[in-house]
Design a protein around this ligand. Sequence first.
Ligand code: HDE
Length: 693
Amino acid sequence: MTDHIALNAGHGGETHQVTDADHPVLTTNHGMPVSDNQNQLKAGQRGPVLLEDEVYREKINHFDHERIPERIVHARGTGAHGYFECTESLADITRADLFQKKGQRTDVFVRFSTVAGGAGSIDTPRDVRGFAVKFYTREGNWDLVGNNIPIFFIQDAIKFPDLVHSVKMEADRGYPQAATAHDTFWDFISLMPEATHMAMWIMSDRTLPKSFATMEGFGIHTFRFVNKEGRSTFVKFHWKPKAGLASALWDETVKTAGADPDYQRRNLFERIGRGDYPEWELGVQLFDEAFADSQPYDVLDATKIIPEEVLPVRIVGKLVLDRYPDNFFAETEQVAFCPSHLVPGIDHTNDPLLQGRLFSYQDTQIKRLGSTNWHQIPINQAKGRDGGCPFLNMQRDGHMQMQVPKGRANYEPNSLHLAGEIGGPREDLENGFKSYPAEEEGQKLRIRAESFADHYSQARLFWRSMDPAEQAHIASAFVFELSKVSIEHVRVAMMANLRNVDEELARRVADGLAMELPEASPTKAPVIDMEPSPALRIIRGPREMHTLEGRTVGIFFADGTDAADLKKVKDAVKAAGGHPLTIAPKVGAVPLSDGSTVKADAQLFGQPSVTVDACAVILSDEACAKLVKEGAAVQWVMDAFGHLKAIGHNASAKPLLDKAGVEPDDGVTDLGGFVEAAKQRYWDREAKVRTLA
Ligand code: HDE
């Protein structure tokens, strides 16, 4: 308990100290109690500082080394703890312990990230999101290191450094940060036809998720499940958000970046703090060799999906994130994922992108965390078995060794146990990990399989599966990005590729750029028309979000607002599972109609409507008359309308809505109808507010 505020004058300094009656003693890292944490040791009152000052030297020395290298990709991210629960036993398909019993829980740590930007970049660029899950199973850690898009840019890991160099800040100028809209990225993509399918996805709303809790996740590659009899089944992993899918609009995401660069990590932190735990279902697509052979693409090619309409996703578990890390660095920054971390019952396939990843992650962790003992850092430790640390082997020593192994047996086999000494661990032939004995033969070659040659059919499938509103967003995103390309031939090369995807798409983008359509680029394999997959839609798709649960509703009020109306809307939002956030021109004390005063949660300038999911405006006549002359208030409402959000309002707020250009539609309601209306966006409004390609 804080008992007094002391002025620690030290020796000439002045510090306001808030001290605690039973605070612990501040010490150096070596445990020596510190008497003065305000002043360096000096020779005389105004003299030079002394090298012998261990209190200062140790402190500054530690500080100088506080940063570790940021991740070369996925540097910007945030994480949370939670659990995975098996909801359907897969015992016949895999021997993996976590899938054996319905109801069985496994602890997890999940890290979400953007890909291209540095650690200090914004949360809401147009970018793929990482969705990496570490399962602390009873048979070791399994890392499912996926993304929020079910495919990838490239087919072979050897192209990864080129891809990443092209998308990151350009080498000479050091910008743009966290953006694909620049020459080098589109130069590379235009020269890599295999990236066309992914280009379609990244130009779609998938790269603008409204929050982590409302996006899907995918393991991307085809993996194997192996059961107790040694039978293998191919598997693709899917995470389906319980809340449904919701993305932001481009204009909204750009403004969010300015209003709150930490928007998505804050959203995750606050949801968990409120008890609105983000939740996903784990789905699997299971198939055999015969199914794989029957498809018009190769299941080992990471630029391809298996449409859900062709092979349904079976739900087998759920993931709940219910605890925020205690310390960002210790947990979120130091967590180290490796796709090579498997558990018995799960195995790799020959996907050349996956195979390349198996080396890269282990390698990067040693660089980033500085020691081969990074598995001993608490967040990375295998801890599933009996709560104890289950790793046990003859690996020894190295930087930052934390274990103190007993005895002489640091090799295996040994017979020291026969002499009464510690013999150490041994293999477990029965239960230990066994690789699936896939048959392999053939010449050693640097080659891309012929079955990987079709680069356009699934890009076309994606485009044709989209809702018209999504198609307009995709075409407009291409126009925006290619407008930022300054080298003419790069734009032309990209347009030549798009012609192979769909003529209408190419024409719309060319119109938006006011350029002639070039000849289509040559294709290595015929482009086929696959059956569209409506499951790929967000807008008006089967999983579009239609709830207030976990979402934030901004309630804009001011001096003189009707107290009963304010309470009614707050209560109704809460009853629907939403989070009401009151926003006023001044936060401290807002007088209401009944003479009471309330605090607002946020201030108008600091909480623009881009930061909330739906908007209520409850004003008095007098306040409204003032606010129509306040740019931030007009913009608040204008953006809510422009971002296709529900707007509930009382009669007195109407002049502000009129000033903001709000036109009547199903999403503009009185306060009574607001909460129901607030569960969705109003896509039909979009044509009224912007011109899309
Ligand atoms: Fe990664 N990737 N990656 N990646 N990746 C890394 O590992 C790499 C790929 C993904 O939250 C790095 O710890 C190669 C696909 C996520 O900590 C690095 C290739 C997918 C994360 C690396 C890929 C991913 C990473 C950088 C080409 C989706 C963040 C720091 C074959 C399935 C994990 C690190 C976290 C991180 C290499 C492609 C997802 C350098 C060589 C495909 C979610 O090891």
